[in-house]
Design a protein around this ligand. Structure first.
Ligand code: NAD
Length: 503
């Protein structure tokens, strides 16, 4: 086995000078009605760099009163925004797309600083997140209804689409830009106004993006942003107010369940992008080179902290040792370190708690008989680092196979038959995504029908695309983001009956 790579120098785009200049540009207030303002209580909270534990900035900490001010602004702005020509809404989103790409260095560096992902991955997220702005700028002008004659011939049926109203959008910390654009772009395209609550661990990227929206001319009140450490009370204030008409949430399944319950009294439209526990199946007829490459991407992208991260690797017994040896050799070469350094594959986990949890999951698997092939340890010193890890022969009852890992641990087990693989893959309450490696076309088609997930990578390790309907089955969620489906989440249908005009 080769020696692990070591992290290189600081990337030339991430010097202390770049960082100081960037942080000087990030708005630190609450965005309400087109202006940045302090919290009504005067409270602030700190945002820190998970690679160092050091503070980056302090931002205003919204209270329930601020939340209602944000919602009031969204409510006031709604009629005019809904009546704005779709082409004008589209042009603003297109301008935001151009501006985000023009400022890609700032967005990428800011995500690496507040969230930890390696800088090249942060650039990848700028591209991915930006695509939602471009895609929904193109969808804004294609909101259509239909017209038909009743079967009896005595009337005409008109079906039209209308924006649902002010929306409350809650985003997680793992993709700070893309999770914001994936909600804000379709909402604005549909004619909705929004109140956004970013994750308190990573609010800075959302604020910089909101400033871009203001810069390109999105009117006051259309987008309001509320960083807060009081997620529960702020959300309660908004969800109990009849002016909000929709909740779109991305985050963990337990919080999603709670928010669904809290959306029930107001009978809110809801979109839920929740947790995953993705199976990754490698069949005996797979292209092993492709499967290894896909496995590494599906597992270690975003330091394993993606809802789409492959969580459980089921490898046919005939390939298991070869597959395990190859991923182990690759992982042994991964450099762990701050995402601003060159050559780093594994940045820090989001917080020390995540490091502790990852260590517990590995220890539990090993105690139950799994074999640790590489990694398995937290790094000493500042920052919340955990090495890239491969664990083989993981028994079904290990927590690694049941819980969402959300860390850089690749857990492998084996199967004998396709039926067994399908049964194991589907034995979870989650149903977000599955990955299948096979060269047998009929098998691939069977698995499309047999795997209970909202998305599937057939011989690919990353499925996200702005043009595709992202979302889960079972307890992984409700609704879809992206694709033709994404804008429908922000539209409501009206049917109008008129008499036969010839009668
Ligand atoms: P989380 O559920 O802890 O937090 C998500 C958001 O909800 C954050 O903004 C948080 O501040 C807020 N929140 C927390 N408690 C709340 C409450 N009581 N009321 C209102 N808001 C509350 O999740 P996380 O740790 O930020 O993100 C990781 C989770 O998100 C994982 O489970 C992952 O699978 C999931 N995720 C899903 C998708 C998807 O598209 N399906 C995408 C990314 C992440």
């Amino acid at each position: 086995m080769s020696e692990p790579e070591t992290a290189g120098d600081v990337d030339p785009r991430a010097t202390p000078g770049h960082i100081a200049e960037l942080l000087g540009q990030v708005p630190t207030g609450l965005l309400i009605d087109g202006g940045w303002r302090p919290a009504e209580t005067g409270q602030t909270f700190g945002v820190s760099d998970p690679a160092t534990g050091q503070p980056l900035l302090r931002v205003a900490d919204a209270s329930p009163a601020d939340a209602l001010a944000g919602l009031a602004a969204a409510d006031r702005a709604f009629p005019a925004w809904a009546a704005t020509a779709p082409r004008d809404r589209a042009e603003l989103l297109r301008a935001a797309f151009e501006e985000v790409l023009r400022r890609r260095d700032e967005f990428a560096l800011l995500m690496t600083l507040e969230m930890g992902k390696p800088l090249p991955e942060a650039y990848g997220e700028v591209t991915y997140g930006g695509e939602f702005l471009r895609w929904f700028s193109e969808e804004a002008v294609r909101i259509q209804g239909r017209y038909g004659t009743t079967p009896e011939g005595n009337g005409r049926v008109l079906v039209s689409q209308h924006p649902v109203g002010p929306c409350y959008l809650i985003t997680p910390w793992n993709f700070p830009l893309a999770m914001a654009t994936r909600k804000i772009a379709p909402a604005l395209a549909a004619g909705c106004t929004v109140v956004v609550k970013p994750a308190s661990l990573t609010p800075l990227t959302t604020s910089l993006f909101a400033q871009v929206l203001l810069d390109v001319g999105v009117p006051a009140g259309v987008v309001n942003v509320l960083p807060t450490t009081a997620s529960g009370p702020v959300s309660t204030a908004i969800l109990e107010d009849p002016r909000v008409r929709k909740l779109s949430f991305t985050g963990s399944t337990p919080v999603g369940r709670d928010l669904l319950a809290r959306s029930a009294p107001g009978v809110l439209r809801t979109s839920m992008e929740l947790g995953g526990n993705a199976p990754f199946l490698v069949f005996p007829d797979a292209d092993l080179d492709a499967a290894v490459e896909g496995a590494l991407r599906a597992k270690f992208r975003n330091i394993g902290q993606a809802c789409t991260a492959a969580n459980r690797f089921f490898v046919h017994r005939s390939l298991a040792e070869e597959f395990t040896a190859r991923v182990t050799a690759a992982v042994a070469n991964y450099a762990t370190g701050p995402g601003i350094r060159t050559g780093v594959t594994i940045g820090p986990l989001i917080e020390p708690r995540a490091v502790a949890k990852t260590g517990e999951l590995v220890a539990d698997a090993v105690a139950r008989g799994a074999t640790l092939r590489v990694g398995g340890h937290a790094l000493e010193g500042a920052g919340s680092f955990f090495e890239a890890t491969v664990v083989a022969d993981v028994p079904a009852e290990a927590a690694l196979m049941r819980e969402e890992i959300f860390g850089p641990v690749l857990a492998i087990t084996t199967f004998e038959t396709e039926d067994e693989a399908v049964r194991l893959a589907n034995a979870t309450e989650y149903g977000l995504v599955s990955y299948v490696y096979t060269r047998d076309l009929a098998r691939g088609q069977r698995l499309i029908e047999r795997l209970a997930t909202g998305m599937m990578g057939l011989n690919v390790g990353v499925v996200s695309n702005a043009a595709a309907p992202f979302g889960g089955w079972k307890q992984s969620g409700l609704g879809r983001e992206g694709g033709l489906e994404g804008i429908r989440e922000y539209l409501q249908t009206k049917y109008t009956l008129t008499p036969d005009p010839f009668a």
